[in-house]
Design a protein around this ligand. Structure first.
Ligand SMILES: [Zn+2]
Length: 303
């Protein structure tokens, strides 16, 4: 675990969940009051609390924890975290709210999709209802004339939010803009089923229209060439969708579709050895994200 100053009043926390580096991070905005973006998974909350101490953030001062969506890797730890933040409220999309208050259904469904990865992330604890603020649009005062603005950017999930902070003009896209691999300066899809291509593309256009100076990926870290990455990601998910559609039409196996994607997508050509040998990305990127496109293609064909 480490913390890093990445902008004006802004810090990144490498959560190192399960010992995995460059996988999941949280962010701390030091405005009028400390403001967190993403709690990360339950199993790395202790690392996040240690980071707050290192950053001289008093737990009782934290006012808000904004979460982009309720998947385990982004907010599975928020219930646990709130036990240590007596005055903090959680900002979440209204469609994600029920799963925070009662995570009993989220856990088995996450286990089904993520398999062994869900054990690395840990089981979520419930968040008291009166500590949740459901939001789809709006803004929060960060002090010194700065604010954090909320945007609905669905597609990856039916309830993904993005946030833009005005200290630096950067955007936290959650999983709306893919997974950023800092080792290669590229993005790869975050598209587990159910994935909604048209909504995802519309969300990317919305993010591009915000003219972000930088992107703060939850996976992983700050990326400078925001506009280029968003445009690249649009092209990439359209390519994956085309291949999946062709594959479904021609009755290709899952492996045939996956391998065609690896051949056709230049980014995958560049990173395939890294992704294939990565314990988590081999499961999420090469399995779940491909499945997201296949299911989307099947649904499109049957409708
Ligand atoms: Zn994620």
């Amino acid at each position: 675990m480490y913390t890093k100053e990445i902008g004006k009043n802004l810090f990144m926390v490498e959560l190192e969940t399960g010992g995995f580096k460059n996988l999941i991070c949280s962010y701390v905005i030091k405005g009028r009051k400390p403001f967190l973006v993403e709690s990360g998974p339950a199993n790395s909350i202790q690392n996040l609390l240690t980071a707050l101490e290192q950053l001289d953030v008093k737990v009782e001062d934290v006012e808000f924890v904004a979460i982009t969506h309720v998947h385990l890797d982004h907010s599975g730890g928020v219930g646990t975290l709130l036990k240590s933040l007596p005055n903090a409220k959680v900002i979440v999309h209204p469609r994600g709210m029920p799963h925070l208050i009662d995570p009993e259904r989220l856990w088995p469904s996450s286990r089904k999709v993520l398999g062994f990865v869900s054990d690395i992330f840990g089981k979520p604890e419930p968040v008291p209802k009166d500590r949740v603020i459901p939001v789809t649009e709006g803004s929060f005062d960060l002090g010194c004339g700065a604010k954090l603005t909320v945007f609905e950017t669905i597609g990856h999930a039916s309830h993904n939010l993005s946030f833009q902070e005005s200290f630096n003009g950067g955007v936290f896209p959650g999983d709306a803009a893919g997974t950023y691999l800092p080792e290669f300066d590229v993005v790869v899809p975050t598209t587990p089923p159910p994935f909604y291509l048209d909504a995802a593309l519309a969300s990317l256009d919305k993010l591009i229209s915000l003219k972000p100076t930088v992107l703060y990926f939850s996976h992983f870290g700050k990326a400078l060439n925001a506009k280029q990455l968003l445009e690249d990601y649009k092209i990439q998910i359209q390519l994956w969708a085309e291949i999946a559609e062709e594959g479904v039409k021609k009755n290709w196996s899952f492996e045939q579709i996956r391998d065609r994607i690896i051949v056709e997508d230049n980014v995958m050509g560049l990173i395939k050895d890294f992704v294939m040998s990565h314990r988590i990305y081999s499961k999420t990127v090469l399995e779940n994200c491909v499945k997201g496109f296949i299911e989307f293609a099947k649904q499109k064909q049957s409708s």
